[in-house]
Design a protein around this ligand. Structure first.
Ligand code: UDP
Length: 312
């Protein structure tokens, strides 16, 4: 049995990770300051004998009594409108928060996993993106607060690994979707589904020709779980290479919702990446992992979740 700390435990990915470890019979401590997370995501775990929730901001010194086997650092605003709204908190949790959690992992001799992001590749000039690509990031753009925080987080994670021999992992997470995304988090999938379910206009930014490659949450969690159990310290892309234009995604969601919504075009946000697709050759080889949930199936499951939330 392992004892696991999940920062950002009340968030979309953090809460799914908590579930995965609880199902595994492990003890889980979730920590979150709830600025973008939601305790409802953990409601089903409250009262479980192996689960504990701590309301705390991990950019401050963090004391956790007892041993820890894993520190999984998922705390961060992660959707563009959240990190535009919370630029300083985003920079702080990626820098100060990552430093604190690395210090904690070092003290406890725990394995540390950093939730990094495809945003480290910025608006990529290489397609699809392999881990060896260094990226094309505007450090002072609006998205830079997230991109640079995560790039710093990767750098300090490697430094703790190299200089303090901390057992670290870095996962570069590509666009992931599924139940427990916030309806109002502003990302394309929750926005399109909630608009389509309400028969409101579906807002496509720019021409909609920009692409993303979307991964169902269960596939992502499985990939991360496997990464913890191999001895590999450099970044690993986890995502689904199934690439689609945002306009086609909007049309697909309208159809799956049986909606009367029309598509309207809005201004493209600054530095919005034109393409994104993970090269998952490394994950396939290292983790013997492959995303399994087809897009239509994943979207149907996500639509069901949102129907329940919106009460349609
Ligand atoms: N997008 C859109 N309409 C929305 C929200 C997002 O067209 O209501 C676009 C956005 O400009 C981007 C893509 O969808 O090109 C994916 O955006 P998201 O916020 O989901 O995440 P990103 O991959 O940009 O971090």
């Amino acid at each position: 049995m392992a004892r696991v700390l999940v920062t950002g435990g009340a968030g979309f990915l953090g809460s799914h990770l908590c579930d995965r470890f609880i199902q595994n019979g492990d003890e889980v401590i979730a920590i979150d300051n709830l600025i973008t997370g939601n305790a409802d995501n953990l409601a089903h775990l409250f009262g479980h004998p192996k689960f504990k929730f701590i309301f705390y901001d991990i950019t401050n010194y963090t004391h956790i009594p007892g041993d820890l086997d894993f520190v999984l650092h998922f705390a961060s605003p992660a959707s563009p409108i959240d990190y535009l709204r919370l630029p300083i908190q985003t920079l702080k949790v990626g820098s100060l928060g990552t430093h604190k959690m690395l210090g904690l992992a070092k003290e406890k001799k725990a394995c540390f996993l950093l939730a990094s992001t495809s945003e480290v590749y910025g608006d990529p000039l290489i397609h699809p993106q392999p881990e060896s690509y260094w990226g094309n990031v505007n450090p002072i753009g609006y998205r830079g607060v997230y991109d640079e925080a995560k790039r710093f987080a990767e750098a300090i994670t490697m430094a703790y690994h190299r200089y303090h021999s901390v057992n670290t992992r870095i996962v570069r997470i590509f666009n992931t979707y599924g139940p427990r995304m916030r309806i109002d988090d502003g990302r394309a999938i929750p926005a399109f589904i909630s608009q389509a379910l309400r028969n409101e206009d579906v807002t496509v930014f720019g021409t909609g020709e920009q692409t993303r490659s979307i991964c169902y949450v269960d596939d992502l969690i499985e990939g991360i779980f496997r990464l913890l159990h191999v001895d590999y310290h450099e970044p690993v892309n986890i995502g689904n290479p199934d690439e689609i234009s945002i306009l086609d995604l909007a049309k697909e969601i309208i159809e799956l919702c049986g909606s009367k919504s029309k598509i309207v075009f809005k201004k493209l946000p600054q530095d919005d990446p034109k393409v994104r697709q993970p090269d998952i050759t490394l994950a396939r080889k290292l983790l013997n992992w492959e995303p399994k949930v087809p897009r239509i199936e994943g979207l149907k499951r996500t639509i069901e979740y949102f129907k329940e939330k919106i009460k349609i």
